[in-house]
Design a protein around this ligand. Structure first.
Ligand SMILES: [Mg+2]
Length: 356
């Protein structure tokens, strides 16, 4: 597979509504959409600026300039060769790398005429439930959002928490009462808790049948995460603390979590996400595939990745639902499940006009 040409452009869209989490608030979504050509094939990718990897629109554009130069005109026989070539050209910048890596995988799967999840080794499932995330808002608004999304078909909800633990418990209790026992509830603290408040919070939400307590403590607090993991009945999941395979090993050896949230933007694309997942799977840490404020392009890639890997037990692939004007149509969504395209590759096409 030779990469003949690469182009990219910034896409900005308002969010359908403001989104507040413990680490900040956003009202719009920015993505850098990547287009790569090989012969007469065209592949697409997406790099999403985010505070976890500390990449901005401008760092992504600068990184893509360097990375494009390093891979354009070269022949790559294996997926890992492509990821290694990018790492050899530039350290860090995982979201920028994910943009190119996704486009490369799209091209390779198209070349073999198979949907990306099959190219990645999957085939045992073609659809998966995703949760819908509800940002931090007052209890009444939270309940009305929860009812709305359940009516839309979602069978799992993820509540953002961590700004005010007492209020978080009340909101969770109201949501559980409103949606009944059959909707799965997950919570994400986005590093907003202290160890003491997280321990108390975990104890209070345990009777509410919450299935995951995601990254309540700062990413650097390995010891706190270990103590919380030992003492919380609600399984603790690591997110912001796992970017690389080495990070996953630290979580494993430190027993800092019981599950890990994988994101293509954090790890640098599909090849590196596979490496992180391999560590998780070997340590019996089941994974979720999550997303940043991503367009449908990389959400589709996340879905293919989730479908292809048995260790991925949960999907949190909802960001494209919140983008008012995306670059391509939404993924198929039925009965709470995202359904992968059976077209060769990623199954997402972005209008050529976007890149002019
Ligand atoms: Mg998270």
């Amino acid at each position: 597979m030779r990469i003949d040409a690469i182009s990219y452009g910034v896409h900005e869209s308002p969010r359908t509504e403001p989104f507040v989490i413990a680490s900040g608030a956003t009202t719009s979504s920015t993505n850098v959409i990547v287009r790569a050509e090989s012969g007469n094939l065209v592949g697409y990718g997406n790099a999403c600026p985010n505070s976890v990897t500390k990449e901005t629109r401008d760092t992504i554009l600068a990184a893509l300039g360097v990375l494009s130069k390093a891979v354009r005109g070269h022949e790559f026989e294996k997926n890992l060769e492509f990821a290694d070539a990018m790492d050899g050209a530039l350290a860090g910048n995982p979201a920028a790398k994910a943009g190119l890596d996704i486009a490369f995988h799209d091209l390779r799967a198209q070349e073999l005429g198979m949907p990306l999840y099959r190219f990645l080794g999957g085939g045992f499932r073609a659809r998966m439930p995703t949760d819908m995330t509800i940002g931090i808002m007052d209890a009444k608004a939270t309940v009305s959002k929860a009812r709305h999304w359940v009516a839309e078909g979602f069978r799992a909800l993820k509540l953002k928490v961590g700004l005010e633990p007492a209020g978080d418990v009340r909101r969770l209790r109201s949501v559980r009462e409103a949606v009944g026992p059959d909707v799965e509830l997950r919570v994400d603290g986005n590093q907003g808790f202290s160890l003491q408040s997280a321990l108390a919070f975990a104890k209070e939400i345990a009777p509410l049948d919450v299935v995951l307590l995601e990254q309540p403590l700062p990413a650097v607090d390995l010891n706190g995460m270990k103590i919380l993991t030992e003492n919380s009945r609600v399984p603790v999941m690591a997110d912001e603390m796992v970017l690389s395979p080495q990070d996953a090993m630290r979580v494993r050896w430190g027993a800092c979590a019981r599950a890990v949230n994988l994101k293509l933007m954090k790890h640098g694309g599909l090849s590196r996400a596979s490496e992180v997942n391999a560590v998780c799977e070997s340590a019996a840490l089941p994974a979720m595939v999550g997303c940043m404020g991503e367009s449908v392009v990389s959400v589709a890639a996340g879905l293919h990745f989730a479908l292809a890997n048995r260790n991925v037990r949960w999907a949190d692939l909802d960001s494209h639902f919140a983008i008012e004007r995306d670059v391509a149509p939404r993924l198929r969504f039925e009965g709470g499940d995202l359904i992968a395209s059976e077209a060769p590759g990623l199954g997402v096409r972005v209008d050529d006009g976007f890149f002019r």
